[in-house]
Ligand binder design. Structure first.
Ligand code: PRX
Length: 635
């Protein structure tokens, strides 16, 4: 099978951009027709109305994404490794899973799900570590038309319960536990705690990973292995409509409740596959490694669906970059002769602080492409990555995209378009970017800075927020009429290269993780001594941005501040997960407010970022005196 959508040269890139702009329907029609297997072709390529918003790609088409990710490769790539599993413990064997073996394992698990009553359209929550069964469970759901909702296994039981209930999952697939470096984590008891609040879950399937003793709840909990052993190896793919939901994935928003982004089948498949091929310039014998967790969108699109739709070998890593030492990434690259390596700036910054000897003892000459995602990469980290990992011989792709976009929107193409440190650079073919000013006007001058929008539908865009289309419209399509608003700011240079300047809403990107301030503040406010709180971001040398909490107390007489800090962070861990813990907590006598009572985060952000010379006019505040007090006690 040949990928007809491969863009191999600068000329082909220019031509693809031209075609996609001139006649987007023909452009995507050809890509979809020539590169995928369909059970029935589409009636129309694209219908849309962004005022509703409603977007339909490949209307009328029938397909199953797993046929495209697995079945169609069997004749030519049956023995090729599809997933290459590298366990947490480097002394344990890695596990190559061929396309043929993946087919069998996905069919078996799909039959187990069916046997437990899961049908097309049912939601299944996957709360699993980075083990092959996670990818297999994703595909098993897709095989039978169940909608998977993967929840990152670092989220707390409360966060898990919220996500399970929001989309009414009938089933949870988890494991007895997980390995993370030297630690083991008891996932099953987190699930048990979550399910106390989730009445709709009928079945829990448990994959054995750490061989720990767990308690099974009768008629609800089942070990996965014995069921798999009995399951048939054949499972016909469910016939799916192009716009049937494929998965729900939660992302933080400006309000407390996470948003269950709904992705549908055909458009997502087409775009994740097309973008994977071109952004990583994957070739048939390559070994590709994305270090993300499948609990995030990066893992969905660029560990599972995009690579497998291209018949690629996708490495799945269970562990952490610093175990058994901070050379683990480089060791794995050398061991498996990884050709494309895709990671997050926070990992690069953390590893750049370690001894170079940890890099230099490994042969990294297999690397052809380096990628980053999730947050802006600072110039220093970019050069370290380029010099020491790529040896100035593996182009860096700084890929900008979001859970909502389903696939990479802005990036350079390695060896094809120019990479510029700190710039994600250019839009992918077919992606129409726009910068808007505060009055809602599009900035048409080439050189501009504003709010980043996308002005035309693309195949992998999320179609809704589960159960709340109104919120979808308000969040993404109301700020600028007929534009999708990303929530990010960006600047564009005279050559049309984009540099992301960061979020312009109350979402903070910490170590590449998208965190809303509202749920963190809700958690802090649960402490009995807390009156109110505000969370902002401040620059951090490893995390990129870290969290600074301003907390005003009701009455803390006699309380030790450090103890209070620990208690507050414990609540955050419990409510959301350790990723949302605050780096700094400043106790205040009050929070600066407008006369209408709104907390002035802009001022708090500036103080946290040590930009106090530039606070703007504070005289109109309800309580200006509090600002000086906060400045005097800033951490
Ligand atoms: O602010 C942008 C930042 O991450 C946000 C999306 O987060 P999430 O939905 O969790 O998806 C992350 C993985 C795709 C964006 O709104 N972001 C993502 N990639 C970049 C980035 N910021 C700067 N440069 C990037 N390459």
């Amino acid at each position: 099978m040949k990928n007809h959508y491969h863009i191999p040269s600068p000329e082909a890139y220019t031509e693809a951009c031209h075609q996609a702009t001139k006649s987007p329907h023909d452009f995507w029609d050809t890509i979809a027709r020539e590169n995928f297997e369909w059970m029935k072709p589409w009636d129309t390529v694209l219908e849309y109305d962004l005022s509703i918003p409603e977007v339909t790609w490949f209307k009328g088409a029938k397909l199953n994404i797993t046929v495209n990710c697995i079945d169609r490769h069997l004749a030519t790539r049956g023995s090729k490794t599809a997933l290459l599993f590298e366990p947490n413990d480097p002394s344990k064997p890695c596990e190559p899973i061929s396309y043929q073996a993946l087919y069998t394992r996905v069919c078996k698990m799909a039959n187990v799900l069916k046997g437990k009553g899961i049908q097309k359209g049912d939601r299944v929550c996957l709360y699993l570590p980075m083990i092959p069964e996670l990818a297999i469970a994703v595909l098993a759901c897709a095989r039978i038309g169940a909608v998977h909702s993967v929840v990152f296994a670092g989220f707390s039981s409360t966060a898990l319960a919220t996500r399970i209930n929001d989309c009414d999952c009938k089933m949870v697939i988890t494991s007895d536990g997980s390995y993370r470096g030297a630690k083991t984590i008891d996932l099953k008891s987190i699930v048990d705690a979550a399910l106390l609040d989730c009445k709709g879950v009928e079945t829990v399937l448990i994959v054995q990973r750490i061989a720990s003793e767990i308690t099974l709840v009768a008629h609800r909990d089942y070990w996965m292995e014995p069921l798999l052993a009995l399951a048939s190896e054949v499972c016909a793919p469910e016939i799916m409509d192009a716009e049937d939901p494929l998965f729900i994935l939660y992302t933080s928003g400006s309000t407390g409740k996470p948003k269950g982004m709904v992705h549908t089948t055909a458009g997502y498949m087409v775009y994740s596959a097309f973008s994977f091929q071109n952004v990583f310039q994957y070739q048939e014998q390559d070994v590709y490694w994305c270090t993300a967790d499948i609990g995030w969108v990066t893992g969905h699109s660029y560990i599972v669906y995009g690579p497998l739709a291209n018949g690629a070998t996708s490495l799945m890593f269970e562990g952490v970059p610093t175990y058994p030492d901070a050379g683990r990434f480089w060791e794995v690259i050398a061991k498996h002769k990884v050709n494309q390596f895709y990671t997050a700036p926070t990992a690069i910054r953390a590893l750049a602080k370690e001894s170079l000897a940890l890099v230099e003892k490994h042969d990294l000459s297999s690397l052809k492409v380096l990628g980053t995602v999730g947050e802006p990469i600072n110039e220093e980290a970019w050069h370290w990555y380029d010099d020491h990992i790529g040896k100035n011989n593996a182009p860096i792709v700084d890929t900008w995209w979001q859970t909502e976009t389903g696939g990479i929107m802005i990036t350079s193409l390695p060896g094809i378009t120019k990479a510029i440190p700190t710039y994600a650079t250019k839009a992918m073919p077919g992606i129409r970017l726009a910068l808007m000013d505060d009055t809602g006007q599009e900035l048409t001058h080439p050189k501009a800075q504003g709010k980043l929008c996308i002005s035309y539908p693309w195949p992998s865009m999320a179609r809704s927020i589960y159960g709340n289309h109104k919120r979808y419209k308000e969040t993404y399509f109301s700020a600028f009429k007929n534009f999708y608003f990303t929530g990010d700011g960006a600047l564009r240079d005279a050559d049309g290269n984009y540099r992301i300047t960061g979020r312009v809403d109350d979402v903070i990107i910490v170590s590449g993780h998208n965190l809303g301030t509202a749920p963190i503040e809700d958690a802090i406010n649960q402490h009995p001594l807390v009156a109110e709180s505000a969370v902002v971001g401040f620059p951090h040398h490893i995390k990129g941005t870290a969290l600074y909490g301003y907390v005003s107390l009701k009455n803390a007489a006699g309380k030790n501040e450090d103890e209070l800090r620990l208690e507050i962070n414990d609540i955050i861990s419990l409510e959301i997960g350790p990723i949302a813990k605050l780096n700094k907590i400043q106790f205040t006598q009050g929070l600066p407010k407008t006369r209408s009572g709104k907390i002035m985060r802009r001022i708090l952000r500036k103080i946290a970022q040590k930009e106090i010379d530039n606070l703007g006019d504070i005289s109109t505040l309800l309580n200006p005196e509090v600002v000086q007090h906060i400045i005097n006690n800033a951490l």
